[in-house]
Design a protein around this ligand. Structure first.
Ligand code: GLU
Length: 615
């Protein structure tokens, strides 16, 4: 075994050493073959919901699954026959009786739950009735999906139980009498004996648990073992009836759905987190592995694994919240526009959401958006850090978007590529396909924010600087006397570009600085088509001053978005000014410095919002 010095491994080893000395209980002998088991065997395994396995002791020792097969076969029956049918055959009430009690419902004759023998035999009897393939083959395949490898029967244990299992045969006949089983009851009982004799080890059990913890998908193989909608039904019967008539105390103290078997195995599941497999053959008076009970109880306490002690708080689903006054898009804008956004950007709301979204984690976000006061022109919900979303949360967000749009707010869901369910749910909720398109129109939050800013500026500055001829508008000309402006203007060359034209090419020598006098230019890392648009520049802004100052080659492509006009200022003219008009040279140099400082300040502000305000 690899050396895994982790506090988790250390704790499992500590528990194993501690309870190796614990020798209470007796090995089951009513199935003769089980009596031959070595009572000292003791293994523990914990498998996380993402498939990491911790193991200690005899974790690879094989033993028969026995009753631990029951919830898994019940899951298969739910998949094959459906919950409605299964509920007509087997109940879901704890019986309070021993596992092998002949307890059937007084009037219907149905077993009280699928975890007692009567319920398990009835469940096994339901598999096969509708499917031509041999029933036991499908049971074995089902277990393989959970464990990730082929499964086998311990023939000696099967023979042994088959020769002595008269009580279970009697139960089979009673079930036939009440028509819970149809056809030959001995076939169902025989399949049940076989399923109980399937050979497993602790790692198998822990992975079976982890698969249930992972919504029914084996985390190592990615194979679905059971329909996701049936996982909760299986875990429910494990929680209420899984530990024989110790089930109440178990769920009260340990708090994890679990199932034990007379061979000495226990599987426990904590949804979303882990599966546990423990093996030790000495059983207590209720028929549960005595050591496994102690180990699971201590694990639950030490790691706070009780399911009614959930590990997250709802408010952690909001990663960051800000307005368009605090955070700006990567569009570099003229100071007038920046001032306008600073004043009115509060009408644009941006929320970054994180984690797994279900009712409890979606609700605080919705409450936040609904509750924000003042005018809401745009709402951007960024799902980049959302790892999963369920139907309820997706539907709540769809309804929120619908309501806000009807109130005249532009809503955008961004960075949703990893959440196909969200789009499906929104599409099924909103009849209008164009509304769905609109909602998912921007992949990135930056693009949505840029759109919201443009929209706001269009309304607030309708006569804004769409085209400027006066160079005074540019920061580079700030503080120039009329005469100096005349000299500067005389050095300027005007140039026009069509949509998609390259204004600057990456790698080019920097020979000029560009003042955008009409339109918008985008800055691209990589190709215009395939790369990333990292920033853009509006009318009244200056592009390319960095390379202009330090002489480095151009670091990105700059491409015209629509019709663009620029005023070009050549580096050689700028250098010449040092001799001809040194004061003007200094002023221009200072203005370029101020412009760079403004850009840097914006970057700092974005960082501050990202880091300091992250909740
Ligand atoms: N095959 C065993 C029986 O039916 C399983 C019992 C159990 O593990 O609880 O008696």
């Amino acid at each position: 075994m690899p050396d895994r010095r982790s506090p988790i491994q250390d704790f499992l080893e500590f528990l194993h050493a501690k309870y190796a000395e614990f020798r209470e209980g007796e090995v089951a002998t009513y199935i003769p073959e089980l009596a031959a088991t070595n009572p000292e065997c003791f293994g523990i395994c914990v498998a996380t919901a993402d498939g990491f396995v911790y193991e200690v002791g005899d974790s690879r020792q094989r033993f028969t699954i026995q009753s631990i097969s029951k919830p898994f076969v019940y899951g298969l029956a739910l998949d094959e026959r459906g919950p409605e049918h299964m509920l007509t055959k087997v109940g879901v009430e704890p019986s309070g009786d021993a596992f092998n009690a002949i307890s059937l419902h007084k009037t219907s004759g149905c077993p009280l739950n699928p975890m007692i023998n009567a319920g398990a035999i009835a469940t096994t009897g339901q598999i096969g009735a509708s499917q031509p393939e041999p029933c036991f083959k499908r049971i074995l395949e089902m277990f393989s999906r959970y464990t990730g490898h082929a499964m086998h029967v311990d023939e000696a244990v099967y023979e042994s139980e088959s020769l002595t299992g008269h009580r279970n045969r009697a139960i089979g006949h009673l079930l036939r009498n009440f028509d819970v089983l149809e056809g030959d009851p001995t076939a169902a009982v025989d399949t049940y004996f076989r399923q109980c004799a399937i050979s497993v080890n602790c790692v198998d059990l822990a992975l079976m648990g982890a698969t249930l913890a992972n919504q029914g998908v084996n985390p190592l193989t990615g194979t679905r073992a059971i329909k996701d909608t049936h996982v909760r039904s299986v875990l429910s019967v494990m929680a209420s009836c899984g530990m024989y008539d110790f089930s109440g105390s178990w769920i009260y103290n340990v708090g994890m759905p679990a199932k034990s078997g007379v061979a000495g195995g226990v599987v426990a599941v904590l949804t979303g987190q882990l599966g546990i497999g423990v093996y030790s053959p000495r059983l207590d008076a209720q028929g549960n592995s005595a050591r496994a009970i102690q180990v699971c109880r201590e694990l639950s306490q030490a790691w706070q694994l009780h399911q009614f002690n959930p590990p997250f708080c709802a408010h952690t689903s909001r990663r960051m919240r800000c307005t368009g006054a605090e955070r700006h898009s990567s569009r570099v804008r003229h100071p007038m526009e920046r001032a306008c956004l600073g004043e009115h950007g509060g009408q644009i709301h941006l929320v970054e959401i994180q984690g797994n979204l279900a009712f409890a984690t979606a609700e605080p976000i919705i409450r936040d958006v609904v509750g924000c006061t003042g005018r809401r022109r745009g709402v951007i919900l960024d799902f980049h850090h959302v790892t999963g979303i369920n139907h309820v949360a997706a539907q709540l967000f769809a309804e929120l978007a619908d309501t806000l749009s009807h109130q005249g707010t532009a809503v955008f869901f961004t960075s949703t590529q990893q959440l196909p369910l969200l789009r499906q749910e929104v599409a099924s909720h909103l009849a209008d396909a164009s509304a769905v398109e609109g909602l998912f129109r921007f992949r990135s939050t930056d693009a949505a924010l840029e759109w919201c800013e443009d929209d706001l500026l269009r309304e607030l500055m309708p006569t804004g600087p769409l085209k400027v001829d006066d160079l005074r508008v540019f920061e580079i000309a700030a503080g120039l006397a009329d005469e100096e402006l005349g000299v500067f203007s005389g050095l300027i060359v005007r140039r026009s570009y069509g949509p998609g034209d390259y204004v600057i090419r990456r790698g080019d020598e920097a020979t000029s600085l560009f003042l955008v006098t009409m339109g918008v230019v985008g800055v691209w890392l990589g190709d215009h088509e395939n790369g990333n648009r990292v920033a853009s520049f509006s009318v009244g802004t200056m592009v390319g001053e960095m390379a202009f100052l330090d002489g480095a080659r151009r670091s990105a492509n700059v491409v015209a978005e629509g019709a663009v006009e620029c005023a070009l200022f050549e580096l050689q003219d700028f250098n010449r000014l040092l001799e001809t008009h040194p004061q003007l040279h200094t002023k221009i140099l200072r203005n370029i410095g101020v412009s760079l400082a403004t850009k840097l300040r914006k970057v700092n502000e974005d960082m501050r919002i990202l880091i300091a305000e992250r909740e």
